[in-house]
Design a binder for this molecule. Sequence first.
Ligand code: SF4
Length: 351
Amino acid sequence: MSVPFELVDEEEMQAIEAALRQASAFHRSRMLTAAARAQSSLVLVSASEIFSIVSDIEDSAPLPAALRFPLKKSLCVTDMTALEWCEKQVEFSFLRGKPPKTSAMQAGSARHVELESEVVKRVDVDIRTREDFWAVRFINYLVGTRQLLAEGLTRELPIVAFVEGNWWTGIIDELMLPEGSAGPRLIDTKTRLRQSLPSDAQKRNGRLQLMCYKRLWDTLCEQAIPLDEFFSNFELDPLQELSLSIRSHIVDIKLSSKVDCLKELLGVLQESCTVLPLADQLLKLRYEWQVDRSLIGEEEFMFDPDWLKQRIQFHLQFWNGSRESHLVSQSDEWKCRFCAFADRCKSENQR
Ligand code: SF4
């Protein structure tokens, strides 16, 4: 069965993975993969069939936040930036469902697809199990890092790492490796409805996002993935045979002469990670106007490990259920004017 392409971001990747876990009999789905120039390839998913399963799950009776968050097997970087925006809003989203994407968000997503298509070409592989799903994610990472080293640029790189006691996933927007530089520069492009730079709160979220990505990237370079914990956390069978098309794809793009299962693929990944350089300390946010894609401005800033650690640990207290969610501070109350849960929040919290 062939499924038309849809953009899948890191949260949707998590939703698909969760749906696959929930399905008692795995649905045979098509996954659109991407084979980039020469021997490179990157992969994106299309699985509208699976989303119907997600909807069923989301329609079930809501659980209290402290019970529901731990059901997620990993945290995505966008969870962290959403928490930084407003923890209460994240809690509402979990319990009552996310508000639909705005047209500005959809335009931003479409722009990311366009930027990605400048450096990759898609191919189809079959996804039959969650092990296949994860294999595709790791293939994308491997191919993307090879593309980065060979061509100095890659985009939409999926990443998984164990950081601060939690499994994290994310998709790094862009990595550049200019000639002579020690490590790749992480860049994130934000599209803007208005031709102006964003508020300080939005810039802060962008900075947090990029710092999280650097932390994930560096962790993978410095430490081997704890395999037993990985397979156990995500409830994966390390020896489950991957689909024929995935196994053939791995050989075709010369990632390895033979890989049969996820455990073997992770062996290839661990070897590759050890030769990768740490990411540059300098990170860059790029703001683009949605109307004509002209550059509004760029912001470069240094990685700040202490600030990052403090923000992560603060939000993990809520995420892991050891305290209640916080509302926005008084100085950030303007955010409530744009919040889909404002009425409910006001009545529940008398503000
Ligand atoms: S109304 Fe304000 S405090 Fe309440 S959830 Fe929304 S942004 Fe957060």
